[in-house]
Design a protein around this ligand. Structure first.
Ligand code: UTP
Length: 282
């Protein structure tokens, strides 16, 4: 099955203000090891490279007002490259050349979410530009990070579990009360569960497994589920979790626990700082 990556990046990022007043949260810089040195990349580029590393070549980014800088970042800059080469800045030139190579090898579509009306709305809009049978939805401010590429593992688990029509990336935490938590059913194999429900920020969590923001769907299924999902009475927004809850009723939703990975998140000051430290560790 072929996949398009759909990356919602149109949120306001209010928890990271004032850094995100003019700079999109997804453009915040993070350190990445490159041989014996460290380079800083915008977080969204790190996500893109992980998706690319998992074999994905078709991308849909959902963006909004004030997010043009994201689109500019994903356009090759041959003048800058030539200037670096002329000045003998080989290390920087090679990092840029590598990014250009991935961009030239990919198809990228930009979709507008006119107002940040929630994740479900962002995904619904992005889906209009998806023409592959499968879609991997990946939030623009989180990553499951470890020695290997979690997204490669995640896509192979999905492809090898035909009874799972949708797969959610899960992570175990000590205190799941402030997250979306899944209700697991049958354990199909180690770390792979059929899901029977989901609860948002539960006082008495039904498990220690939280929803991370990485999802694989059959495009048709999630499109239909979102189309028949109304606004959530509590938030007033179309919620992706409500659409997934519909799919859970159909019985084909599974969850895969990212066991050998860390869950990193740049959406809050404390977790952004943790991300910076985590990414420079081995
Ligand atoms: P968050 O739930 O962190 O929301 O979005 P946010 O608006 O970015 O940040 P806060 O809550 O104001 O601090 C998770 C991901 O979903 C995208 C965001 O850009 C981020 O990548 N998103 C969120 C959208 O694309 N559209 C939305 O309406 C909301």
């Amino acid at each position: 099955m072929e996949f398009t990556a759909l990356i919602p990046a149109a949120g306001l990022g209010t928890r990271m203000l004032p850094a995100t007043k003019e700079t999109p949260k997804e453009m915040l810089p993070v350190p990445v090891r490159s041989g014996s040195s460290i380079v800083f990349k915008p977080f969204i580029q790190v996500i893109f490279e992980h998706l690319y590393g998992a074999g994905i070549r078709s991308f849909v980014f959902v963006v909004g007002r004030g997010k043009r800088i994201l689109q500019d970042h994903f356009l090759p800059d041959y003048d800058l490259l030539e200037e670096l080469e002329q000045k003998g800045k080989e290390e920087q030139a090679s990092t840029l050349r590598e990014f250009h190579r991935m961009l030239e090898d990919s198809t990228i579509i930009w979709v507008d979410q006119h107002e940040p009306r929630g994740l479900g709305d962002a995904v619904k809009r992005g889906l209009q530009a998806v023409s592959t049978e499968g879609v991997l939805v990946h939030l623009g401010d989180i990553l499951l990070y470890g020695r290997d590429n979690f997204l490669s593992e995640f896509l192979s688990v999905y492809k090898e579990a035909p009874s799972c029509s949708a797969l959610l990336g899960l992570f175990r935490v000590k205190d799941p009360r402030k997250y979306g938590v899944v209700v697991p059913g049958e354990e199909i194999r180690r770390n792979l569960y059929r899901l029977v429900g989901m609860v948002e920020k539960p006082e008495n969590p039904p498990s220690d497994m939280i929803i991370t923001g990485v999802y694989a769907f059959r495009t048709r299924d999630i499109r239909e589920a979102l189309e028949s999902t109304g606004k959530n009475p509590r938030t007033g927004e179309i919620e992706i979790t409500d659409a997934i809850a519909r799919l859970v009723e159909g019985g084909g939703v599974c969850g895969y626990v990212a066991e050998a990975y860390d869950y990193i998140d740049i959406g809050k000051p404390e977790t952004y700082i943790e991300t910076l430290f985590r990414l420079v560790q081995d």
